[in-house]
Design a protein around this ligand. Structure first.
Ligand code: 4AD
Ligand code: MG
Length: 429
């Protein structure tokens, strides 16, 4: 019977078949220890000379790293074996003998590994990250589904910018110029009119011109939007969501966190409430470390890092100057120079995990903002319509999935949080 390695403990004493790839092997006298992986786990199999026909022992000797194999044998409990079980092999069928697999068990540099990403994904650590990614995305969706949000898919090909015009990827659309979506937000603002509370989850694109450990050109964003919600409501929602995600990963992905050697005491501190500080208060904290930072400047990576390292939990920074935020942000009714915006800065130096706020809901003001920023009015007619037919206060945010994974996994760079990262000058494989 074909059994996946993750289920092997349920088959003690039984004859089973495992299908996978050779992860590693070692020999000791007349015994060969074969480590086989099948994507769900790694198990050790023992092949002893004399116990089997010579063919099986020869196969164990011959198979090389990443050869595809079908192995039959009996499951035996063994405390010393990794995972607590091993297979006493009776037969090894070699499907393909892999020659000179380029990623040997020794350490390799990132420069070497990145072009081999299609193979690098097979390693233990990368496997753990992708499994956490899967669980994290599921947790995000569950959180909103449980609260009655409707998932609406927003378009990838779009006529207009959301987050500024400098990071747009143009696409030729039958002779017209359109752009890859930077965010699904504007469309969410339309679907809330139909459904009340919605989210979209999908790939978003930004032609980022700089190489940093936080930027991809193609990344995935989870974006909720809610009618009749204000800025405080956004922070409440993001806080609840973040706590839920971390809990789910701690509950379900301990093995993977251990593989990544993640210090989980840090994750266990992610409990409500998260600190909420104004941009103005954040400036004071930043200026202690970064002398040339001025009030009114947007945060760059070093400034986010200062905020990030100043707390053990994610921190909300709200009320940014309107000038550093997008055209759609509602202004603070008490101070027109400020926007009802918020960023959530993750702990441990990870930087901004999410951005959002309350949207401008007045037709004339929004039109004025579009004109001020010299955005093409025609492309936003439908968006302005939303302020003509039953406008209401509304808010939402976008959570960057890759940065959230990097934080939870405790890895330094977002490039390892997605199977095939897209970065400036890197679109292979
Ligand atoms: O702060 P941003 O630009 O916000 C928006 O796009 C809003 N329209 C979202 C909304 O309100 N619905 O992006 C949101 C998050 C950031 O906080 C960051 O985590 C992530 O998306 N992000 C990136 N992640 C990886 N690479 C990039 N180039 C990213 N740009 C933004
Ligand atoms: Mg932002």
């Amino acid at each position: 019977m074909h059994v996946y390695i993750e289920d092997i403990g349920k088959h003690e004493g039984e004859e089973i078949t495992v299908k996978g790839w050779l992860y590693n092997k070692r020999s000791s006298g007349k015994v060969r220890f074969v480590l086989i992986r099948d994507g769900t786990g790694i198990v050790q199999s023992v092949v002893a000379k004399g116990d089997n026909d010579d063919k099986t022992f020869d196969a164990a000797d011959r198979i090389s790293q990443e050869s595809s194999i079908i192995l039959r044998g009996t499951v035996r409990k063994d405390e010393r074996a990794p995972g607590g079980y091993e297979i006493v092999a009776t037969d090894i069928e070699v499907l393909q003998l892999a020659q000179d697999y380029p990623i040997t068990p020794k350490e390799h540099s990132i420069e070497y590994l990145l072009p081999l990403r299609h193979l690098w994904l097979r390693s233990k650590k990368q496997n753990a990250i992708l499994r956490i990614r899967h669980e994290l995305i599921k947790a995000c969706r569950d959180f909103f589904d449980n609260r009655g949000f409707i998932n609406t898919d927003t378009p990838i090909l779009t006529p207009a910018s959301v987050e500024g015009t400098t990071t747009l990827f143009p696409v030729d659309y039958y002779g017209d110029k359109v752009y890859l979506a930077q965010s699904g937000q504007l469309y969410n603002e339309a679907t809330i009119g139909a459904l009340g509370k919605v989210y979209c989850f999908g790939p978003t694109f930004r032609a980022e011109k700089s190489k940093t450990r936080r930027h991809l050109t193609e990344f995935w964003m989870l974006e909720p939007e809610v009618a009749f919600l204000d800025l405080d409501g956004v922070m409440d929602l993001a806080e609840d969501m973040t706590v839920f995600i971390v809990e789910q990963i701690l509950n379900k992905k301990m093995t993977e966190l251990e593989t990544l050697e993640r210090d989980i005491t840090k994750l266990k501190k992610v409990k409500k409430p998260f600190p909420r500080i104004t941009y103005k208060e954040a400036v004071t904290i930043i200026q202690e470390k970064c002398k040339d930072f001025k009030y009114g400047d947007d945060f760059g990576a070093p400034h986010e890092t200062v905020i990030s390292e100043s707390h053990e939990k994610p921190v909300f920074v709200h009320h940014f100057p309107a000038g550093v935020k997008a055209f759609y942000m509602k202004r603070d009714p008490g101070d027109d120079s400020l926007s009802l915006s918020v960023d959530m800065i993750g702990p441990e130096g990870i930087g901004e995990l999410m951005g959002g706020g309350q949207r401008e809901d007045d037709y004339d003001t929004l039109l004025k903002r579009i004109k001020e920023r010299k955005l093409p009015e025609d492309a936003y007619q439908w968006y302005l319509d939303l302020r003509k037919y039953g406008t209401c206060p509304h808010s939402g945010f976008g959570l960057g999935i890759e940065r959230t994974i990097a934080w939870i996994c405790g890895i330094n760079h977002v490039r390892e949080t997605i199977a095939f990262p897209r970065m400036l000058e890197k679109v292979y494989p």
